[in-house]
Ligand binder design. Structure first.
Ligand code: 6PG
Length: 248
């Protein structure tokens, strides 16, 4: 079973957070060195929080030239305990001193999520470097994987993973799986220059196995979209999720 990209495997959660923070910082410094500006898109959930806290302490990142976006967001107020923004603010933004003008929060609390998606796409197009085809290319993107094989807020059994004509999508609620969301779509995820996936815990082993398997259905396991990423893909995983049998 061959993962699409480099696998970095640790047994210790601190080592995972350190490895992720170092890789994210390196990618940001590279972008800043190349172009004098950088863009990063953050996933939410629990897994990346320790890495964000360590990223805030990484040297050599000019956060006044680094634009922070989100991969997805829940339809909750920005100060809610379920808000991806709230946790990124608490772990990274406040500690790294990211200026307000560089923080591009996903407005998923708005009543009209379709318009919110259009507005956020406009903000991405205005701020994120375009590739040769004119579409935005995030320098760095952090992704996670849910136990069910979702990534971002592209969930199994939903057609959102098929949408290719928009960069940001409104995701209807589907209790009890998820509340309404905003999410980046597969094409903009697949175009990122450096994708770092942080996946830990035995509960995700089945999903990760389906992502790494040569054959599979992206509608069953939307995280399989990373198999078609154009940039570098780095998997930072623990033994519980990846086991020794999948060792490269
Ligand atoms: C979200 C995330 C989502 C996350 C996975 C894993 O809003 O929930 O963006 O895609 O990466 O659900 O979440 P955990 O890290 O909490 O397991």
């Amino acid at each position: 079973m061959t993962a699409p990209g480099e696998i970095v495997r640790f047994s210790d959660e601190l080592q995972i957070a350190e490895s992720a923070a170092v890789r994210l910082a390196r990618a940001l410094r590279d972008a800043l060195g190349r172009r004098g500006r950088a863009s990063i898109a953050l996933s939410g959930g629990n897994t990346p929080r320790p890495a964000y806290a360590l990223l805030a302490r990484e040297p050599g990142i000019d956060w006044a030239k680094t634009h922070v976006f989100w991969v997805d967001e829940r339809a909750v107020p920005p100060d809610s305990d379920r808000s991806n923004y709230r946790w990124a603010k608490a772990t990274l933004l406040d500690h790294a001193g990211v200026p307000a003008e560089c923080v591009h929060r996903m407005p998923a609390e708005r009543d009209d999520l379709d318009t919110a998606a259009v507005d956020y796409e406009r903000e991405i197009r205005a701020r994120v470097q375009a590739g040769s085809d004119g579409l935005p290319v995030f320098d760095v993107m952090v992704l996670g994987i849910g136990d069910d094989g979702h990534t971002a807020s592209l969930f199994p059994g939903e057609m959102t993973v098929d949408v290719v004509d928009r960069l940001v999508l409104a995701v209807p609620p589907r209790p009890p799986t998820h509340e309404a969301r905003l999410t980046l779509s597969a094409p903009i995820i697949q175009r990122a220059h450096d994708v770092v996936l942080i996946v830990t815990g035995a509960t995700k082993r089945s999903a990760l196995t389906r992502v790494w398997a040569a054959d599979g259905d992206v509608h069953e396991t939307p995280a399989r979209i990373v198999r078609n990423c154009r940039g570098t893909v780095t998997w930072i995983v623990d033994e519980a999720v990846s086991g020794a049998t999948n060792r490269e």
